[in-house]
Design a protein around this ligand. Sequence first.
Ligand code: MG
Ligand code: ZN
Length: 220
Amino acid sequence: MEIKVGQNILAANDAVAADNRAAFGRSIFAVNLMSSPGAGKTTLLERTIDYLKDRLSLAVIEGDIATSFDADRIRRHGTTAVQINTGGGCHLDAQMVQRALCALDLTDLHLLLIENVGNLVCPAEFDLGEAAKIALVSVTEGDDKPLKYPALFRDARVFLINKIDLLPYTDCDLHRLRSAALSINPGLTVFEVSCRSGAGLQDWFSWLEGETHRWRGRDE
Ligand code: MG
Ligand code: ZN
């Protein structure tokens, strides 16, 4: 019985996700960024916005249980941000994103960055209508996370490994972390970055800019 309820919730979510996907069409490249709390999602977005804001038209949807701290941080970088407060909910669903879209001007928007609630579990289950899921893990979380939370990696296009500047202070084995994720999804594009030092970020920026153009039918 409980399984049935879960299936109904996901079916209802998928219907709204399809509406969101239709609203994005091939003009908006929507990205769903997922990680545990404190892995560096918002810092990654701040760095990404600083690089891309003069090259693409972009907007951000921030998902958090409470506060508008993250949307405030994004706005300081000159980008439109809509804050969703889930009021205890541990993931974003398609309906929350649909409501947030009403607060955004989608005309001439190229890239929509959606920061999910910090959680490695259920965000992976809820389609938001995005074109690409991005999984982020920081080296301070340990190299066992992909095998413990495989759903997050199964459908992701990109695996970002953050905080590589802190590697000397952890027991994280970068090779093990990387190969664990690739054993779940060999198609993952992996970037090793430090949002703090800036190391490795240029490759991620180029990927995101290139994929946005490709989505919009403008290969360059
Ligand atoms: Mg955040
Ligand atoms: Zn949840």
